[in-house]
Design a binder for this molecule. Sequence first.
Ligand code: PRP
Length: 221
Amino acid sequence: MREERYLTFALGKGRLASQTMELLEKIGITCTEMKDKSSRKLIFVNEERKLKFFLAKGPDIPTYVEYGAADIGVVGSDTIMEEDRRVYEVLDLGFGRCRMCVCGPKEAAELLRHHEMIRVASKYPNIARDYFFNKKHQTVDIIKLNGSIELGPIVGLSDVIVDIVETGSTLRENGLQVLEEICPLSARMIVNQVSMQMETRRIRELILQLRNSLRELSLNR
Ligand code: PRP
């Protein structure tokens, strides 16, 4: 029989990776090495199941998967939309739920209604562009920021922002609010297109097990 090759997972660092490992544990996949929080290791192996896991920055996950450096990735749907890589999106994992929204001070709602030429700050310029240009047909100036996006309207860099809203507390504490909702978001599993053909049996089995486990979890909620 052919020796099984490693299936490699790329996981977005932080909470997404821990939640993914928790879910994998429910279907009997563990990786003890990964539980050592003091470790600076970047790649972890489960020899028995021939699996490898590595942690990377969220926006890089679709890149690793598109190029086949990872067979499977777990990342937020915001990143999948923003990066627009050639990968298969196979499963909604249900955690990491939040919303992509246009936010700003209350008064900015008028600027959105009248299709004015406004400045939009975002960590997600492609999502912002698609929303304003293709869906709202509003010409805007998009300014890319890398974090603390809420600062945009506060310091006068932009009129509004396009950003993730989870609990809404960052907005509230900074005097901003949701003006329009673009779409709901959650963690997704993505698969390399060639791996899907070459490792169909293992990958399909994995998706099936995860889907069943997610169904059980939602029934017990
Ligand atoms: C994200 C997002 C918002 C905040 C929303 O920022 O950009 O700022 O979380 O969460 P909330 O609705 O629960 O307050 P993140 O913490 O990723 O940091 P960043 O500002 O560096 O992007």
